[in-house]
Design a protein around this ligand. Structure first.
Ligand code: HEM
Length: 250
C-alpha cells in the first residue's frame, strides 16, 4: 500500500497513458511515460513564457522588443506572475512525480567527486552505480526546487508591492528574484545542450518516451541493470563486437 502521493502519481500516470502514447521499439527501453512528459513540457512552456515576459520588466531598454508578443508592456507585466505561478504549479507536480528517483545517495557523492572524469569524456561509460538520474541532473533538479521557492516568496512581495511589504523588502526581493532567474537560465542552457546534441538520443526520451539500450548502458548503467537484469559493461562490450562485426562485413 503506497503513500497518498504515490497513489496520486500512479493514477495520473495511468490516466495519461490512456490519453497519449509511449512508443518503444525493439532494442529500446521506456524512460519517461506520458504524464512525466506532459509535466516536463508544461514546465518548459511556462518557464519560457515567464522568462520572456520577465525580460521586458527586468531590462526594458534592452528587451522592449519582447513585450509585443504579450500584447504590450503593461499586459506583459500583469501576465508575468501568472506564467510564473503556472511554472511553479507544474514543477510542484513534477517534484511529486520525481521525488523518489531524485533522492541523493552516497553513489551521487562519489559521482560528484569523480566529475572531472565524467565531464572530460575520458571514460566511455558513466560510473556503474549511476541510476535513473545522475548526480548532475539531481543537483539541477534541486536547484530548480529552491528557485521555485525563491520565486514564490519574492514574486509575491513584488506582486503586492511596497505598500504591503515596504520598500526595502521589495528592493531585496528584486535582487533575489533576478539572481534566481539568471542562475536557472544558465542551468537551462546547459540542460538543453546536454539533452539534445551533448548526449544524442536523450531528446527522444521526452518526445516519444523511449531510449536505446546503448544509451541506457552508457549514461545510466545501474538503471539499465535494474530494468533489464543484464550487466551494462558486458552489454557494452557485446554491442561493440556487433558493431565491429558489421563494419568488417564485405
Ligand atoms: C527546449 C527546452 C528543453 C529540452 C529540449 C529539454 C529536454 C529534456 C530531456 C530530453 C530530459 C530527459 C533527460 C533524461 O531522461 O535523462 C529532460 C529532463 C529534465 N528537464 Fe528538460 N528540457 C527543456 C527545458 C526544460 C526546462 C525549461 C526545465 C525547467 C525549468 C527543465 C527541467 C528538466 C528537469 C528537472 C529534468 C530531469 C533532470 C534532468 O534531466 O536534468 N527542462 N529535459
Amino acid at each position: 500500500m503506497g503513500t497518498a502521493v504515490e497513489r496520486f502519481d500512479d493514477k495520473a500516470r495511468e490516466l495519461f497513458d490512456g490519453i497519449g502514447r509511449n512508443e518503444v521499439y525493439e532494442g529500446e527501453l521506456l524512460r519517461h511515460r506520458v504524464y512525466t512528459r506532459f509535466l516536463h513540457w508544461m514546465v518548459a512552456l511556462f518557464f519560457f513564457l515567464a522568462l520572456f515576459s520577465g525580460f521586458g520588466i527586468y531590462l526594458p531598454w534592452l528587451f522592449r522588443w519582447f513585450t509585443p508578443i504579450f500584447g504590450g508592456g503593461p499586459l506583459s507585466r500583469s501576465m508575468h506572475p501568472w506564467f510564473g505561478l503556472a511554472f511553479v504549479f507544474f514543477f510542484a507536480l513534477q517534484i511529486l512525480n520525481w521525488i523518489t528517483p531524485m533522492k541523493w545517495t552516497p553513489a551521487d557523492t562519489r559521482w560528484v567527486r569523480n566529475m572531472k572524469g565524467v565531464i572530460s569524456g575520458k571514460e566511455k561509460l558513466e560510473p556503474p552505480e549511476t541510476g535513473f538520474f545522475n548526480a548532475g541532473q539531481k543537483i539541477q533538479f534541486w536547484e530548480i526546487v529552491v528557485g521555485c521557492i525563491v520565486y514564490l516568496v519574492t514574486g509575491s512581495v513584488l506582486w503586492l508591492g511596497a505598500s504591503v511589504f515596504g520598500r526595502i523588502t521589495v528592493a531585496v526581493s528584486y535582487v533575489l528574484h533576478d539572481i534566481s532567474a539568471l542562475i536557472m537560465l544558465g542551468g537551462i542552457f546547459i540542460h538543453i545542450y546536454l539533452s539534445t546534441i551533448g548526449e544524442p538520443g536523450t531528446f527522444e526520451s521526452m518526445t516519444r518516451g523511449a531510449v536505446t539500450e546503448s544509451w541506457a548502458w552508457t549514461f545510466h548503467p545501474a538503471w539499465f541493470k535494474q530494468v533489464t537484469g543484464r550487466d551494462p559493461k558486458q552489454a557494452y562490450e557485446e554491442g561493440l563486437h556487433r558493431q565491429q562485426g558489421r563494419q568488417n562485413r564485405p
